[in-house]
Write a protein that binds this ligand. Structure first.
Ligand SMILES: NC(=O)c1ccc[n+]([C@@H]2O[C@H](COP(=O)([O-])OP(=O)(O)OC[C@H]3O[C@@H](n4cnc5c(N)ncnc54)[C@H](OP(=O)(O)O)[C@@H]3O)[C@@H](O)[C@H]2O)c1
Length: 261
């Protein structure tokens, strides 16, 4: 198997960590990022032990200049074959600045939308010049319906889903493929914050298998698990006034009372 250069943001935990481990087992060269140095270091060392050449970078995806410097440096030495814009927060995992409510909404948009742009934009010029490369954007099944318990989260995920799908068409003739991933509930630090039932929840390692297979097949949309996708599509058929009345009964995403490990 050819060794690829793969960059993954938010690789210090959850889905990003599972994707890093998955690609490390295949011997690819990895560039991983996260904010928490201890968590990132643990994942980086695990990936190295699995046989990958692995570089960890503590960096905030919201820092456009720092992201540009980091990715430009990588592109000069090791042109990237695949960039996975995965880092994201929800009402449960955001709010490290202490801002709640509408302040947290701004943080969610900044991370989930600007963070994605800050990840893929610096990688694109080299890919366009080489006429090859792959971009993967982690959206969410929450992008399919406007969720009242997580308005900023579902809107930020809808924005990156639209952006990614539009980019897929725009970049087709440049030889670059774009995949947008819409997972349902996945076991991670993010879902540990939820105190409501999460139907059809699957492990992060299972999610990584599904996502990597979809990316390999250059699928434009990777939505899973199927029962959640069908449920969301059915919900969307309900007229919005009725949907509002039903949704107003649903539980909200809460913040952690205590920080998670
Ligand atoms: N879990 C689900 O059910 C689910 C479903 C659909 C979509 N998603 C999406 O999947 C992605 C990964 O989430 P997850 O479930 O794996 O949650 P997670 O375990 O909380 O992981 C989130 C990752 O993003 C990183 N991150 C957050 N804000 C960042 C920032 N400003 N700069 C750099 N890195 C940052 C975190 O780094 P730190 O270690 O520093 O915190 C962590 O590595 C997110 O985009 C999420 O919205 C999750």
């Amino acid at each position: 198997m050819t060794s690829l250069n793969i960059l993954i943001t938010g690789a210090s935990s959850g889905i990003g960590e599972a994707l890093a481990t998955h690609y490390a087992q295949q011997g690819h060269t990895l560039f991983l990022s996260g904010r928490n140095p201890e968590r990132l270091d643990r994942v980086t060392r695990t990936c190295c032990k699995l046989g990958s050449t692995c570089n960890g970078q503590v960096i905030d995806v919201r820092d456009r200049k720092a992201m540009e410097r980091w990715i430009n440096n990588i592109q000069q030495a090791n042109p990237l074959d695949l960039v996975i814009a995965n880092a994201g927060i929800s009402g449960g995992t955001g709010g490290e600045s202490g801002n709640r409510d509408f302040g947290l909404d701004i943080e969610i948009f900044d991370t989930n939308l600007n963070g994605v742009l800050n990840t893929i934009h610096p990688a694109l010029p080299t890919m366009i010049q080489a006429q090859k490369g792959q971009i993967a954007i982690i959206s969410s099944i929450a992008s399919l319906v406007p969720l009242p318990g997580a308005p900023a989260y579902s809107a930020s995920k809808a924005a990156v889903r639209f952006y990614g799908e539009a980019l897929a068409a725009k970049l087709k003739s440049s030889g670059i493929s774009v995949s947008v991933i819409c997972p349902g509930f996945i076991q991670s630090r993010m879902t540990q914050a939820n105190d409501f039932p999460m139907p059809f929840i699957i492990s992060a390692s299972r999610a990584a298998q599904i996502i990597s297979r979809g990316i390999e097949c250059r699928k434009i949309r990777i939505d899973f698990p199927l029962p959640m996708v069908v449920a969301m599509k059915l919900v969307n058929l309900i007229p919005s006034a009725f949907r509002r009345d039903i949704f107003s009964q649903l539980p909200e995403k809460h913040s952690h009372k205590k920080p998670l490990p």
